[in-house]
Design a protein around this ligand. Structure first.
Ligand code: GEK
Length: 251
């Protein structure tokens, strides 16, 4: 798809009387690539780097999970960076039927010769196979807070020694001045990307109980508690961050 043919996100452009909670339905799927690029600072850089990071941790016959895959952008980045590893198994998982349907056809079209599976499932209930890399790219933030540590614990168990988890999240800050500044700068970022104040505010309301953020310290502590021997924040752009956690001693 060329960028000019990607439908533009205007879901919150008109005043909506009753704002329903945000959900990953067909309407969202249609505009998703445009929505996420214009809303999430650093989204493209994180995706590009996910593929680069994969090179260090994924062996010849490796297995990679992309959890909350949406349209499979992270799977695609890994597959493209590791184009020499034809035996690599890629598993994209999302619990939105509309997303997984579109994801499956996009991945089949773009990666016809690769071992790619798309599953419509809740990542809290999946039976994980031993794996080398797990991507949680802006997905954990949509789980109820009490479900986050149990999931990270399970992912740690699923990883083979030497495996890695890439976790990207919207974050908040305990320092009120830092929190306010980065909140406002994110608003400015969206405005600079063509969203009106009304769109920004309506989307914020729709996401209120759906997307609940943690601090970077909470994320690192959670990774630590799960047993990861090394974890680090490798990326931040405004209030969006990405973390790398390793199961093993070799960074
Ligand atoms: C990307 N990673 O483009 N089980 C499975 N999927 C879930 C669950 C769950 N319990 N909860 C939410 N999702 C993608 C972007 S988007 C981020 C991820 C965003 C799915 C949900 O259906 C949606 O597709 C995805 O997580 C979050 O790299 O829209 O800000």
């Amino acid at each position: 798809m060329t960028s000019s043919s990607i439908p533009r996100d205007a879901l919150f452009a008109n005043p909506l009387d009753k704002l329903a909670s945000f959900s990953f339905d067909e309407q969202v799927v249609r505009v998703f690539p445009d929505m996420i690029k214009r809303s999430v600072p650093g989204y493209s850089q994180i995706l590009g780097m996910a593929g680069v990071i994969a090179r260090r941790y994924v062996p010849e016959n490796g297995r990679v999970y992309d959890l909350g895959a949406s349209l499979g952008a992270a799977t695609l980045s890994v597959a493209q960076q590791l184009s020499d590893l034809q035996q690599l198994e890629l598993i994209a998982v999302d619990n939105s039927p509309a997303m997984t349907e579109r994801c499956a056809s996009l991945l089949a079209e773009t990666l016809p010769a690769r071992k790619v599976t798309t599953l419509c499932a809740d990542i809290r209930q999946l039976d994980y196979q031993p794996s080398d890399l797990i991507l949680l790219n802006f997905t954990l933030q949509f789980l109820p807070p009490e479900d986050r540590q149990p999931l990270i614990n399970r992912l740690f168990q699923a990883l083979r020694p030497g495996g890695a988890l890439i976790l990207s999240e919207k974050i908040h800050f305990n320092d009120p001045r830092q929190a306010q500044l980065l909140y406002e700068l994110h608003h400015d970022f969206k405005r600079a990307n063509g969203y009106s104040d009304m769109e920004i505010s309506q989307k914020r309301t729709a996401l209120e109980d759906v997307l609940r953020t943690d601090t970077a310290e909470q994320q690192l502590q959670r990774l630590n508690q799960a047993g990861f021997s090394f974890n680090a924040q490798w990326f931040q752009y405004l209030n969006f961050a990405s973390f790398l956690a390793l199961k093993g001693d070799q960074p």
